[in-house]
Design a protein around this ligand. Structure first.
Ligand code: FES
Length: 80
């Protein structure tokens, strides 16, 4: 098991899961706000960029492509 934080809240996942996998497994369906509303995972293969999050201070990380690591700090992105 791994533990990450999402906007400061602890969330557990499994080794090998992507950040999107951890978030969906925790019951979250949206974690980014864009001009068109709340977004989460859409394509799941790194193409659409709907799933962008900030990870350990790095903005614009595709949650569907980034493997979650124990201790990751994930933050929601809001872009108007
Ligand atoms: S869900 Fe499309 S890039 Fe991540």
């Amino acid at each position: 098991m791994i533990r990450i934080t999402v906007d400061g809240e602890p969330v557990q996942g499994r080794d090998g899961q992507t950040i999107a996998g951890v978030l969906v497994g925790a019951g979250r369906t949206a974690w980014r706000t864009s001009q068109t509303g709340d977004r989460g995972v859409f394509c799941g293969i790194g193409v659409c960029h709907d799933c962008l999050v900030t990870v350990n201070g790095v903005e614009g990380v595709r949650a569907c492509r980034r493997e979650a690591a124990d201790g990751d700090r994930v933050e929601r992105e809001v872009r108007a």
